[in-house]
Design a protein around this ligand. Structure first.
Ligand code: RRO
Length: 310
């Protein structure tokens, strides 16, 4: 069975990798992902300067998913750039650098910093962090997103991607797609970041479960699967020539299959990876392989995007 993926001019050995934020803040975690059955590696979203993030508790696992308000804890751009300098690109697993500057100039400075190095690492610019108090998600401000993409094009001459927040209205899919389609070097979009500002309530204590923002945080896991699939599907239809990376609610081969059927070129794993560790990649890949075998598919190209409508 062939789970390899042709993408960004190379062949990834597998279609699964980590969602930014999970198992990717420290070099040891990044190397554990690289050494696993993952087909690529993405770093924790970084800012120009290191950040501690929000006060604990800031991540909580529920029976069917997760809520987080991490607040962008990261080691700072220089740390991940240094990792990118030393990364073993010959392993065939592309390295994505997730960038989440606190303002547009910071993102452009990081893009320029990456450009001068001439490294094969690929930026995934995060337009959708829901958890920094006072900083709205850029992807919900269409004019600001349009301005940001123009600035990214000026700051960086290579291919790049963006991580989008979930959208919930067909008019918003269309408006965002129209903006994204203006940028030919925007090669991929990752759908979706967590569903922002959910609230998990504990009945026993009659309290919220995370401390920042009065308990509000981004939802992941089973809560978000249908929303993630809708975003993958709509952007797959609306962004011809660009690739969609599916992210949201993948905990077995079945959800990975659904994302690819909806149009995903590669699939990220977040909440499940946090719960299970890097062994999740081999397990999900084996389940996807078995499902494909049962259906008579030999490669991901056999069914990518071929979701049927009624
Ligand atoms: O660090 C976080 O709180 C965080 C980020 Br940057 C993000 O993009 N998505 C998320 O759920 N948490």
């Amino acid at each position: 069975m062939d789970l390899s993926v042709s993408w960004l001019g190379q062949t990834l050995p597998g279609c699964l990798y980590n969602a930014s934020g999970v198992m990717c803040r420290e070099e040891g975690e990044l190397e554990a992902v690289r050494a696993s059955a993952a087909g690529a590696v993405v770093t924790k979203s970084c800012t120009l300067q290191p950040r501690e993030g929000n006060p604990e508790p800031r991540y909580f696992r529920t029976v069917i998913g997760s809520i987080n308000s991490m607040g962008l804890p990261n080691r700072g751009f220089a740390y991940y750039l240094d990792y990118a300098r030393r990364y073993d690109y010959r392993c065939g697993k592309p390295l994505f650098l997730s960038l989440s500057g606190l303002m547009l100039d910071d993102n452009c400075a990081m893009l320029r910093g990456l450009a001068v190095e001439g490294l094969p690492a690929i930026p995934e610019i995060n337009l959708s962090c829901p958890n920094v108090p006072g900083k709205p998600q850029l992807g919900y401000d269409f004019a600001a997103t349009a301005e940001a993409l123009d600035a990214f094009d000026a700051a960086y001459s290579g291919l790049y991607g963006v991580k989008l927040p979930p959208y919930f209205d067909t008019a918003h899919f269309a408006a965002m797609a129209e903006i994204l389609n203006r940028h030919s070097r925007l090669a991929f979009v990752t759908c979706i970041n967590s569903i922002g500002n959910g609230l998990v309530v504990d009945i026993d204590s009659e309290a919220v479960v995370i401390k920042p923002k009065g308990g509000l945080g981004g939802l992941g896991g089973d809560y978000v699967l249908p929303t993630a699939l809708a975003n993958v599907r709509e952007f797959y239809r609306l962004l011809p020539g660009k690739d969609i990376v599916g992210c949201g609610g993948v905990s077995s081969g079945r959800e990975a299959f659904m994302h690819i059927l909806a149009g995903a070129r590669a699939v990220q794993v977040g909440t499940c990876l946090h719960r299970e560790g890097v062994g999740a990649f081999a397990r999900i890949a084996a389940e996807l392989t078995e499902l494909m075998r049962a259906k008579g598919y030999r490669s991901l190209d056999d069914f990518r995007g071929r979701l049927r409508t009624l």
